[in-house]
Ligand binder design. Structure first.
Ligand code: NAI
Ligand code: MG
Length: 492
């Protein structure tokens, strides 16, 4: 017998293959027991006197205590940002500003393992994603905007760009460090100073970032970090000393912020929810499309504003596609975020898990058919199995509302016109995907899809040079690319 034949005769069926655990070492990161606020380059105790715990959603263990900033704390942070803006940062030679951003980018690369482990511990996302997506992209954003810092007149010729002043930035929990980079890098490159509020369940990488600022010798007050909950965010939004608010999060809070700022002259960009259509035509490369569908909705447990949560399949390939998709789901590994083989980690919080469960229950009640692959979920922590709904009508809540979890709703279409109509039948307009072999069809579709980003034969691809943002209830303003600078500049 040849070697190959021998191996074949003893090899178990693929579904029986078990991976040995491959945990990433967690001792590369050490958290303090308690973190104060980062104001004017110093860690300070909150005047509010309030603290709260951040936990690991995979184990429910407490990782650290962080300050809950009140109105007075926010006021001090805005004051420190104003002082840094006026006392040097806005007047610094642009090439000098660029040097700090390059330094931050390089330090993020040097400390990427530590920060990736911290991100996975605090937020529950698989280490392979924080290591291969969040950290490289966060560093890439700083590198990219460092390059623009001394070229603003070339980016906006004859428009005399100048910084706005102090930017208040509020970010969500799904990509904590990456959203920090999306916000801070363009703001600083354009000559602004910032007060950033991380989400309550994932403050730790922003707090470690304060040490990156120290290492980069960033002047005090250029970056200030105030941890807290929605009330802290609301104080920042209301503060009269803030010139611009950049918010990423739920549509509901985005609308409240827009109401609050109406008529104040404070500049605003909102990056809100989504319910993206991932549209698969019968001439696509089917196996490749299956990978794109899986990446589109199960990446980061589906906690992705641009997730491909509505799958639109051309009727002629519906059956083989759904069969292949279900088979592929059985190979997804759900569990310990620090295991390098994990594909789907923990749900970010108890509250988010409840929201997912509620929407999934509504899907079953309304008449959709649910499929979940057999998988053992850990006993502690917050988990949800990868889920596919078929027989979904457009009117169902699971076809309309953002679930923000590993839950896919499958619908069908017959013609490209019908696909466009169904794809656009949503209050959102953040992203979409098209799978087809025909280039002309891709162009025809992208011209008609009301979405800020349309991916063709791929999904969830990000690059700092490419602007990202939405239409309709997905918000307004663009982040990334040259467009991302515009949100942090005033023009004569
Ligand atoms: P959220 O919108 O409440 O939280 C996002 C950020 O806004 C956090 O930092 C939070 O502290 C802050 N915030 C909350 N209330 C505020 C207020 N009144 N003023 C200023 N800042 C405030 O989102 P949440 O409750 O964590 O998630 C709810 C749903 O929102 C999710 O199920 C998902 O559908 C959607 N979402 C969408 C995100 C996106 O990237 N587009 C990110 C996070 C959530
Ligand atoms: Mg946490």
């Amino acid at each position: 017998m040849t070697d190959v034949a021998k191996r074949k005769s003893v090899a178990p069926a693929p579904l029986d293959w078990e991976y040995a655990p491959a945990p990433e070492a967690r001792d590369i990161v050490r958290f303090d027991d308690r973190y104060g606020l980062f104001v004017g380059g110093k860690h300070v105790e909150p005047k509010s006197g309030e603290w709260f715990a951040t936990t690991s959603p995979a184990t429910e263990e407490q990782l650290a205590e962080v300050a809950l900033a009140g109105a007075e704390d926010v006021d001090l942070a805005v004051g420190a940002a104003r002082e840094a803006y006026e006392d040097g940062w806005s007047g610094l030679r642009p090439a000098e500003r660029a040097k700090y951003l390059f330094r931050i980018a390089r330090i993020l690369q040097e400390r990427s393992r530590e920060l990736a482990v911290a991100e996975s511990l605090d937020g529950g996302k698989p280490i392979k994603e924080s290591r291969d997506v969040d950290l490289p992209l966060a560093a890439a954003h700083f590198f990219y905007y460092a390059g623009w810092a001394d070229k603003l007149e070339y980016a906006f010729p004859h428009r005399a760009p100048r910084p706005l002043g102090v930017a208040g930035q509020i970010i969500p929990w799904n990509f904590p460090l990456l959203m920090l980079a999306w916000k801070i890098a363009p703001a600083l490159a354009a000559g602004n100073t910032v007060v950033l509020k991380p989400a309550e369940t994932t403050p730790l990488t922003a707090l470690l970032f304060t040490d990156v600022c120290r290492q980069a010798e960033l002047p005090p007050g250029v970056v200030n970090i105030v941890t807290g909950d929605g009330s802290t965010g609301a104080h920042l939004v209301k503060h009269p000393g803030v010139d611009k608010i950049a918010f990423t999060g739920s549509t509901e809070v985005g609308k409240a912020i827009q109401r609050e700022l109406a008529g104040t002259g404070t500049r605003l960009t909102l990056e809100l929810g989504g319910k993206a259509a991932n549209i698969v035509f019968d001439d696509c490369a089917l196996d490749q499309a299956i990978e794109g569908i899986v990446n589109g909705i199960y990446f980061n447990q589906g906690h992705v504003c641009c997730a491909g949560s509505r799958l639109l399949v051309q009727e002629s390939i519906y059956e083989p596609l759904v069969a292949k998709l279900k088979r592929r789901l059985t190979t997804l590994r759900v569990g310990d975020p620090l295991d390098k083989n994990t594909d789907v980690g923990a749900i970010n919080s108890q509250a988010q898990l409840e929201r997912i469960r509620e929407l999934v229950a509504s899907g079953e009640e309304e008449g959709a058919e649910i499929y979940q692959p057999p998988c053992r979920l850990p006993e502690k922590g917050y988990w949800f199995a990868p889920t596919v709904f078929t027989n979904v009508a457009q009117s169902y809540r699971i076809a309309q509302e953002e679930i923000f979890g590993p839950v896919l709703s499958v619908l069908t279409f017959r013609t490209p016109e019908e696909a466009v109509e169904k794809a656009n039948n949503t209050a959102y307009g953040l992203s979409a995907g098209v799978w087809t072999e025909k280039g002309s069809r891709i162009l025809w579709m992208t011209a008609r899809l009301r979405a800020g980003v349309v991916w063709a034969n791929t999904f969830n691809r990000f690059d700092p040079t490419s602007p990202f943002g939405g239409y309709k209830e997905s918000g307004f303003g663009r982040e990334g690319g040259r467009h991302g600078l515009e949100a942090y500049l005033a023009f004569d």
